[in-house]
Unconditional design. Sequence first.
Length: 82
Amino acid sequence: MARYYFHLLDGPGRLLDPEGKWVEDPAQIPAIALKEARFLIAQDVLRGEVDMDQRLEVEDESHAVVHVVAFKDAVRLIGGRG
């Protein structure tokens, strides 16, 4: 089991995950990151504004980036035309 950090990037800004999450299987990282991104998007929706230019960057304990998920890739937007 290893610890991974899910940092939120917003253009030049970076909100660091100080605690991280323990993950048993590194193959789970993409699914965990997607779920985390969708959770953050849902919180933004409740506030009435979503920045689709944000992304999550996942680092391992040695600070190597192992996965990135962009908010724009985490959801499919439907409608909104007209």
